[in-house]
Design a protein around this ligand. Sequence first.
Ligand SMILES: Cc1cn([C@H]2C[C@H](O)[C@@H](COP(=O)(O)OP(=O)(O)OP(=O)(O)O)O2)c(=O)[nH]c1=O
Length: 195
Amino acid sequence: MKFTTDEQFILASASPRRKELFEKLGIPFEIMTSDVIETTVSASTMVDYVRKVALLKTRDVAKKVVGKTLIGADTIVVFEDTLLHKPKTRQEAVTHLQKLSNNRHQVMTGVAIIQADGTETTFVEVTEVYFKNLSQNLIEAYVETGDPFDKAGGYGIQTDGVLFVDRIEGDYNNVVGLPLASLFEKLVALNLIKI
Ligand SMILES: Cc1cn([C@H]2C[C@H](O)[C@@H](COP(=O)(O)OP(=O)(O)OP(=O)(O)O)O2)c(=O)[nH]c1=O
């Protein structure tokens, strides 16, 4: 679909998956990326953490532009109240997937919108994901593909990780990295895009 807007949008994200999702709104936008190190953020809950990281990333890009509307996001995978970061080693990827196997976890995406006048809006979308029982062979074969390494939690639901999923509760696109339906709703409510 195509919507209209008077705003100049910047998607503050290096993620090709977010770009692809945002393109579905049919409005023009540019991409700019931030260099914020996510681990410097402290928060009392995971929801608060991911909201703050999204806001920091987006503010970092906002410093460099004038008169534009920015959208930034951060996605985390939470298992038993702990963060499963993007794995740095094969062993870490295997350990993540062993934890997720036959279990439930949450994928949370924090989204920040910073308007041209500086107004900040944030929200966090949570999707519950239930994994099937994963054999050690399957985990190792998947890690061997290299797919886990740029992904929170060490899997991609849009790639071969789809084979692990028993069911989800919530927005699928939130797991991929951008809760597009909720973002759309917010942008309309803020009068930043028109139907
Ligand atoms: C769980 C899961 C995560 N992911 C991805 C989404 C995010 O891109 C990534 C989490 O990293 P993020 O730090 O949220 O995003 P990013 O580093 O890719 O991009 P930027 O910070 O510039 O916005 O994990 C998937 O692609 N599929 C999945 O199923």
